[in-house]
Ligand binder design. Structure first.
Ligand SMILES: Cc1cc2nc3c(=O)[nH]c(=O)nc-3n(C[C@H](O)[C@H](O)[C@H](O)COP(=O)(O)OP(=O)(O)OC[C@H]3O[C@@H](n4cnc5c(N)ncnc54)[C@H](O)[C@@H]3O)c2cc1C
Length: 429
């Protein structure tokens, strides 16, 4: 049987590997290790926060190496997962289909979404456990005509979810579904962790394998087909290192929270983003922002005493990452969306009875990178860029034409499933 290599075990990598395993022997190469949820009790870290010991978000990596942090010159904090399951292990579990940007260029993924529906557990049942405050917030959103919708969630077993509010630190209760579950136990798939791929080996116009470091040792892996799914930051770095240029069209879906003190809110111990309101260019959702709580001096109250609404917006396709420096300037278009969305959030909190003087903002952060090798209508059938070797594919957020301003996991998995199908049709026995 022919061999396929998949680089990266996140949303795209696992979906592609699961599909490819129907006709290839698949090896998944993952830079991180097996995922372990954050081991410390976050409330016990509070005294250290008050002492001002947490002063740079990059410190998180010392306690939690599965979470990788980058910062732009302007101060935007970028979060990524580096472990089996990729960033899906840090996700808040939102299972939102948002493929409009692909439909616009002629890519219809209905079949792939239907296929995923058979194997990925998604539920809205969590609404039964909402707190009184969440119910009140939902009503406030409705009153303002924001059409809030219960968020579908990736949950293996809703009964195991204790709504602890720590999804972004990894699920200790094994309730959250993560992408590695797509490949777990598949006899046709082997996984090599702590394997940092450095470049694709290309000979005579064909990809023949990859060069990687495994535990500090340089190795090569050979294959008939190579699929890159190292994420929106990792894949462009690999392509560039292999002599294949990408574009400075990075988007990241930035997030800013609008918050206020609220005694007994306990948003820190509830399911994040229980409902979402889709707006023009952004979404709004209740969300306790741990990053701001620990590192932003304006977040002074105790974690159970803050109410907060997240704004996540579709940013301009302007930016790049070269393996060490993240460049993501804010454009006038981005600034206009922030102004509009923050104002709307302030009005919601006002409606809840909070005075504007008491409100404060969170740290600008992001974690949905993509777009550096965007698909256009020219590739709608093949999902393959003409300047890549025929047997080298990309299967992650790097392919997205522009920001969706929405949780992308489900859409990336559908896209990666289709990419794997295209690879299968051309190269399987
Ligand atoms: C805190 C947080 C919460 C989120 N919540 C949600 C949510 O609720 N719903 C949603 O839809 N989206 C959510 N997202 C976004 C979502 O998780 C990502 O957009 C998605 O996982 C990206 O998929 P991907 O396959 O492109 O990359 P990733 O899932 O990031 O996977 C890339 C993998 O490649 C590996 N890798 C990188 N470089 C190399 C290399 N050189 N060699 C080998 N391996 C490599 C990485 O270690 C990683 O495991 C969240 C993101 C963050 C940061």
């Amino acid at each position: 049987m022919k061999k396929a290599l998949v680089v990266g075990s996140g949303a795209g990598g696992c979906a592609a590997a699961a599909k490819l395993a129907q006709s290839f022997d698949v090896t998944v190469l993952e830079a991180g290790d097996a995922f372990r949820p954050f081991a410390h009790d976050v409330r016990r870290l509070d005294p250290m926060r008050h002492l001002g010991l947490f002063f740079d978000e990059r410190m998180i990596q010392l306690l939690f190496p599965e979470m990788r942090i980058l910062k732009t010159r302007e101060g935007l904090v970028h979060v990524n997962g580096c472990a089996l399951g990729g960033t899906t292990a840090l996700a808040t579990g939102n299972a939102v289909r948002c493929d409009q940007v692909l439909r616009e260029i002629g890519i219809d993924l209905d079949n792939e979404f239907a296929e995923l529906e058979q194997v990925v557990p998604v539920t809205r049942d969590h609404y039964k456990n909402w707190s009184d405050l969440t119910v009140r917030l939902f009503a406030a959103f409705e009153d303002k005509g924001l059409n809030p919708q219960i968020t579908p969630k990736f949950l293996v077993d809703a009964d195991r979810c204790v709504a602890c509010g720590h999804c972004v630190l990894g699920c200790r209760f094994k309730a959250k579904w993560t992408a590695d579950m797509l490949i777990e136990g598949n006899p046709r798939i082997s996984v090599v962790t702590r394997c940092a791929v450095e470049r694709v080996l290309i000979k005579g116009g064909r990809a023949v394998g990859v060069e990687a470091r495994v535990g500090g040792k340089r190795c090569t892996f050979e294959a008939d087909v190579v699929v890159l799914a190292a994420g929106g930051l990792g894949t462009p770095v690999l392509l560039n290192a292999s002599g294949i240029p990408t574009q400075s069209t990075l988007f990241v879906d930035p997030v800013v929270c609008v918050a206020a003190p609220w005694e007994g809110a306990c948003l820190d111990a509830q399911m994040p983003m229980p409902f979402v309101s889709q707006r023009d260019g952004y979404i709004l959702s209740p969300y306790f922002d741990w990053l701001s709580f620990f590192f932003n001096r304006q977040w002074r109250s105790s974690s159970d005493g803050i109410m907060s609404i997240m704004v996540k917006y579709a940013d301009s396709s302007v930016g790049s990452y070269d393996g060490s420096r993240l460049d993501k300037p804010s454009t006038p278009h981005d600034e206009e969306i922030v102004k509009r969305s923050v104002e709307e959030s302030l009005c919601i909190l006002e409606r809840m009875g909070v005075s504007r003087d008491d409100m404060f903002l969170g740290t600008l952060n992001a974690g949905h990178p993509g777009g550096c090798l965007p698909l256009t209508s020219n590739q709608a059938q093949t999902l393959h860029h003409e300047h890549l070797p025929d047997n080298l594919f990309v299967a992650d957020a790097t392919l997205l034409p522009r920001s969706m301003g929405n949780p992308p996991i489900l859409t990336i998995m559908a896209l990666a499933t289709r990419v794997a199908r295209c690879a299968e049709e051309s190269f399987a026995d």
